[in-house]
Design a protein around this ligand. Structure first.
Ligand SMILES: Cc1cc2nc3c(=O)[nH]c(=O)nc-3n(C[C@H](O)[C@H](O)[C@H](O)COP(=O)(O)OP(=O)(O)OC[C@H]3O[C@@H](n4cnc5c(N)ncnc54)[C@H](O)[C@@H]3O)c2cc1C
Length: 264
């Protein structure tokens, strides 16, 4: 029963999120307890987290929770992980976390055991599927897979979804079960470094952009997201039809509030 950050340290934090006001007005504090942790694929660990505050919790597929993984002195270090699924009866959310190497988030995930506690805030995030879109294009790396899966699964049966997903290797592929008409392309990095834009940018030049008011959701490493966005813009897709979101920055730790640093 270990606390990710000891309670005495939490109490003394100089915490910008001590009050859930402004953009956090629709969120709540979630005192999570780890219910289970298991290997999902070679590079992804799946954790189930329970919290009493999940009673009456609601969220939109694609939203995330922010967890307090460490403290640097009095500074909180938070990381954001997408809600892969939510079991309302069990008051439990599932998160899928990439094991990429090292970082305070990864260290907590690797050490977490059932019964361990961690403070969360959620739901967070502003990228959802657009119900008015004629088609949906999702492109991203393994950090975006939970969001892309959750959003794709939420689409109705008459929706069209194209998924272009980059993962380290074939064993990191996951089944995509969705009611929508769904086409999935897997790209394997096979030794290329994570955050290398070449494969996803190349796919962005080739992927079909059907006529109509479609929407492209571009998620993952900051420069890869930018590269995909530039390619699609060059092909004439207007900015208002794109939902880009940087999840991490290659070679740079995310900031204490869980987002990539600006130049990362
Ligand atoms: C809204 C949102 C939702 C997110 N959802 C998820 C999710 O569901 N699952 C998930 O795994 N991640 C998700 N992320 C990304 C995750 O928060 C970051 O990857 C975070 O940086 C991990 O923290 P860390 O402490 O392990 O590494 P950090 O301390 O941030 O970084 C340490 C080093 O690791 C590198 N690094 C960080 N992340 C990765 C990665 N994915 N691949 C390769 N290298 C990396 C950095 O470049 C840096 O060099 C999300 C991010 C956001 C903003």
């Amino acid at each position: 029963m270990t606390d990710a950050v000891p309670r005495a340290v939490v109490a003394a934090l100089d915490d910008p999120f001590a009050q859930l006001t402004g953009p956090l007005a629709d969120t709540r504090k979630l005192r999570f307890e780890v219910a289970s942790t298991a290997t999902l694929t070679p590079h992804v660990q799946r954790l189930e987290l329970t919290a009493a505050e999940l009673a009456g919790f609601s969220y939109q597929p694609g939203q995330d929770v922010m967890v307090l993984v460490a403290a640097e002195g009095r500074k909180p270090v938070r990381r954001r992980y997408t809600i892969r699924s939510f079991d309302r009866m069990a008051r439990m959310i599932t998160i899928d976390v990439v094991l990429h190497g090292d970082g305070p988030g990864e260290r907590w995930v690797r050490s977490a055991r059932p019964g361990d506690r961690i403070e969360g805030i959620g739901p967070r995030g502003k990228i959802f599927t657009d119900p008015a879109a004629d088609w949906h294009l999702f492109m991203g790396d393994e950090s975006a897979l939970p969001a892309i899966q959750a959003m794709t699964e939420s689409l109705p049966g008459d929706a069209d979804a194209t998924l272009v997903l980059e993962v380290p290797e074939a064993a990191d592929e996951q089944e995509v079960l969705a009611a929508a008409r769904t086409r999935v392309s897997w790209l394997h990095r096979l030794g290329r470094p994570a955050g290398d834009a070449s494969a996803l940018a190349a796919e962005a030049t080739e992927v079909e952009l059907p006529p109509g008011n479609g929407r492209a959701y571009l998620l993952g490493e900051a420069r890869v997201v930018l590269a995909m966005r530039e390619v699609l813009a060059g092909r004439g897709l207007p900015a208002e039809q794109m939902s880009p979101k940087a999840y991490w920055g290659r070679g740079r730790a995310n900031a204490g509030h869980g987002e990539p640093t600006r130049d990362g």
